[in-house]
Write a protein that binds this ligand. Sequence first.
Ligand code: GDP
Ligand code: MG
Length: 186
Amino acid sequence: MVKLRAKCVLAGDSTVGKSALVHVFRSESAHFLKNYTLTAGVEVFVNPVPIPDTPDSVELFIFDSSGKEIFYDTVESQWELTAAVCLVYDITNETTFNSCTKWLERVRAQAPSGQLAGVLVGNKTDLACRRAVEYTQAQEWAASQGLEYFETSAKEIENCDAPFQSLARAFHRMYEEKLEHIRSIV
Ligand code: GDP
Ligand code: MG
């Protein structure tokens, strides 16, 4: 049985629902451990995620920042050694989708040795009548970046676990591949 720890940052424009999403995810876990409030608008949520079909689990340390430019330096320094990114946009707002390129670049610049598990989340599906970004468009961009794509509604509590479970599984796979690699050279 292995217990891994992974640092996961929530990235995306302001008001897309990053904080709402992590709050829904955490409230569904009976094992939610701690919630640190760091200075300068960064909160860390710790949530253990069991990996299906294994005895293992990944403890996700989810960093949620206010995203305001005023906190820029702090946020950037919190991204050191990031292992996973949950990139969020609002499906009713195309600008927030277009910003994802910029957010992903910033997070990638902070990832150790380029190893980064990532998901793209289109949030606010309860507002589908105002949809501005098509599912396939987002899904294709995500795939081109090596990200899995999910759509969620934090308001209606729909599908909010899935992106984080996917990240935990991807991180676990990265760990197993590293282990395989080490076994193959010793
Ligand atoms: P953040 O700045 O990305 O952390 O966004 P917040 O989590 O603070 O959410 C910004 C606003 O969007 C708040 O008024 C939320 O209530 C609202 N919101 C978040 N998720 C959803 C959603 O899934 N559907 C709808 N309709 N509103 C949402
Ligand atoms: Mg927030």
